[in-house]
Design a protein around this ligand. Structure first.
Ligand code: GMT
Length: 376
């Protein structure tokens, strides 16, 4: 199959959609496609520019007239420029707002010049489950989805939600998120482990952007329940509006000294490799990339039975699912695993096996099939 020139648009931050887009772009570049990231800063996980990998910065001028700089318009113009200069075969945009709507504008401008630029839109979750519920965005999201040449969702649950919330006319293909197993083939950093748990205590981890949807107070409550029976440490990775609240909760529960909070880091694999359990009690999670990365690191996950999480975690095999907010059950599941080294070891093995089902080499061809269908 021929190699393509593909424009990728994503949020360049540590959020799941940006991570998935960046890792997919890198894997496609390695396979021989030419990848052009079009974003406002270099994607967090991009690393150094390698063969076939390009980055085009979108810069919004701070003209004093603008209270709200028109990022979407500048982005659309940049898409047009990159598409023409580098003769792109297609654009793949991650996250509906504003990327898909900007892409539709760019496609329309190019069409007037006789240039065809198909648009693939990947829906990641909060663009649908949170923003999509906001009437201020609904008509634009519906338009962007219906006008895209192909639409994918990262889980069956997200596809279902998209159909429920929007008047979607066309097909939505489910392509799950993925992992690159080679990233996990490393030894845990023992020095780091000792710095978190000096006396060999089990480490329970949570990684997120600390938004209300993550229910980080439940993380602390589950940990406090476990800590009342076992020595243990809670490792919090990431940052966001709820982090302070989580730390306050830890003080109220008298476990603050057992909570280690390391903020945002570029690569969350290091903390996962030293952890024994991962908690993701989110209100909703379209897929739960952090959960999949945890499984790939051999760390069983205890999560909310919501959204796409049951598509990732096999209950009672590589982790446990409990109703959202059911701190009691989550605590019991965590204790069960920490009380039984044999069970914990079996779950660890199953976690790694489960993660292999989301191997990048299984997922990447599914995107390539769409690209080739749109660029005959
Ligand atoms: O809330 C986040 O975790 C960030 C957000 C994003 O868009 O970056 O993540 C969403 O997309 C990820 C990648 O597809 C999914 O794994 C996350 O489940 C999803 N977050 C939610 O649905 C809350």
């Amino acid at each position: 199959m021929k190699n393509l020139r593909i424009g990728f648009v994503c949020y360049p931050t540590f959020g799941g959609s940006g991570v998935v887009a960046t890792e997919l772009g890198k894997a496609l570049a390695e396979k021989g496609h030419e990848l052009h990231f079009i974003t406002y800063s270099a994607p967090a996980r991009m690393g150094s520019l390698k063969k076939n990998l390009y980055y085009h910065e979108v810069r919004v001028s701070d003209y004093p007239l603008f209270d709200y700089p028109p990022y979407e318009l500048v982005l659309a113009s940049k898409m047009v420029e990159v598409a023409k200069t580098h003769k792109l075969d297609l654009l793949h945009v991650h996250y509906a707002i504003p990327h898909a709507s900007a892409a539709i504008t760019a496609r329309d401008i190019l069409a007037k010049e006789g240039i065809c630029l198909p648009i693939v839109t990947t829906l990641h979750g909060t663009d649908i489950t949170l923003l999509g519920k906001d009437p201020a965005f609904e008509p634009v999201i519906t338009h962007a989805i219906n006008e895209s040449d192909a639409v994918t969702a990262v889980s069956h649950s997200l596809r279902h939600n998209t159909r429920e919330l929007f008047g979607v006319e066309g097909d939505i293909e489910v392509i799950h998120n993925f992992i690159c197993p080679s990233h996990f083939e490393r030894q845990a950093d023992e020095q780091f482990r000792r710095s978190v748990a000096p006396n060999g205590e089990p480490i329970i981890a949570h990684i997120s952007n600390f938004r209300p949807v993550k229910r980080v107070e439940d993380v602390v409550d589950v940990f406090a329940g476990v800590r009342s029976k076992h020595p243990a440490k809670l490792l919090l990775v990431g940052d966001g509006p709820e982090r302070i609240r989580a730390e306050k909760r830890a003080s109220e529960k008298k476990v603050r000294t057992d909570v280690v909070s390391i903020g945002k880091i570029k690569n969350p694999i290091e903390p996962l490799l030293v952890s024994d359990l991962f908690l993701l009690p989110s209100e909703t999670e379209s897929f739960g990339l952090a959960a999949l990365e945890s499984l790939a690191a051999g760390v069983p996950v205890i999560a909310g039975d919501t959204g796409g999480l049951p598509e990732v975690i096999e209950h009672g095999i590589c982790g446990y699912l409990a109703p959202v907010g059911d701190v009691k059950s989550m605590t019991r599941f965590a204790q069960t695993l920490l009380d039984s080294p044999n069970k914990h070891a079996a779950f660890k093995t199953a976690a790694q096996a489960r993660a292999q089902e989301f191997h990048v080499m299984k997922i990447l061809p599914q995107y390539e099939a769409i690209y080739h269908r749109l660029t005959p």
